[in-house]
Ligand binder design. Structure first.
Ligand code: 2YJ
Length: 273
């Protein structure tokens, strides 16, 4: 899993209104609306309750990422909830959050980023939530994905979660992962819900053929100029972005990509379910 860098997230807090404007242009939905849509629920009643969210900095592993907690707080506040960062990190932060009446905790180490609803015990994982959010975004960009072919790049947690959402949207799913056994594992998981996933083994051929793409792999320079058509749409939770840098501006009206916002928004609504 990619570790976020300060540079990836330093403009999130200041740009959430602009983020919403861009998201509405692409999907017709605000961040809060798209996150609700991704987890199939209407949380107006929950929103009106006084949910308090604590974000706990975690020093283990590679330590605190400057601005990470602040960015999560700003996203959660933007959704309409009360949120703060605990003064203490780690176990002390958990104790502080509970003492101060937090209902939901957000915390991340180098391997996992989770939200926990202390009232209900429901847990949301960032990888899972991000897959749901980006699949929903691609579905809204297309006004439905039924019978449409979608290529997922990367059969990790985000790609797998996206595949389950795409199955719900009745898309025809294609998976490419350089590790063929990862693709096969995803195929098996979807077979258990009686859904067929097709495995692509040649990345260049797959990208030439498919124009609806979920880029859930942590590699840059994968989607190149000769892969892009006028109707290509890309939902790209992967960090770094896989699109050739010279093509990003051109594809940007048909590209969903952010470092944290959509995943955090889906986590927040998922734990309130
Ligand atoms: O509390 C902190 O500031 C740090 N311990 C945050 C660590 C953030 N974790 C990561 O970057 C993980 N690799 C997962 C991020 C998932 C984003 N989609």
């Amino acid at each position: 899993m990619t570790r976020l860098k300060e540079d990836d997230i330093d403009e999130i807090s200041a740009n959430l209104s602009n983020y919403d404007n861009e998201l509405v242009k692409k999907t017709g939905y605000l961040l809060s609306e798209l996150a609700e849509y991704a987890v199939c629920a209407d949380f107006d009643k929950l929103k009106s309750q006084s949910i308090q969210v604590a974000v706990i900095p975690m020093t283990c592993g590679q330590g605190i990422i400057g601005g990470f907690g602040e960015s999560v707080v700003s996203i959660v506040k933007h959704l309409g909830f009360k949120a703060w960062i605990t003064d203490s990190p780690d176990a002390g932060g958990v104790a502080e959050a509970v003492q101060n009446g937090a209902d939901v905790l957000f915390m991340a180490d180098d391997l996992r980023f989770v939200a926990i609803n202390l009232r209900t015990g429901v847990i949301s994982d960032n990888g899972d939530a991000t897959g749901k959010g980006y699949a929903a975004g691609l579905e809204r960009m297309n006004k439905g994905l039924q019978e449409k072919e979608v290529l997922i790049l990367g059969a990790g947690p985000v790609g797998t979660s996206a595949a389950f959402s795409l199955a719900r949207y009745k898309a025809k799913i294609f998976i490419f992962d350089p590790d063929l056994s990862a693709s096969r594992t995803l195929v098996e998981k979807l077979r258990k819900i009686e859904y067929t996933v097709n495995v692509e083994t040649n990345l260049d051929q797959a990208l030439k053929h498919h124009h609806l793409i979920i880029d859930a792999c942590p590699a840059d320079n994968v989607i190149l100029r000769h892969h892009l058509r006028e109707d290509t749409q890309i939902a790209a939770p992967g960090i770094p972005l896989g699109v050739e840098s010279a093509m990003i501006e051109q594809i940007s009206p048909r590209l969903l990509h952010d470092p944290l916002q959509l995943g955090v928004a889906v986590m927040m609504f998922e734990v309130l379910k």
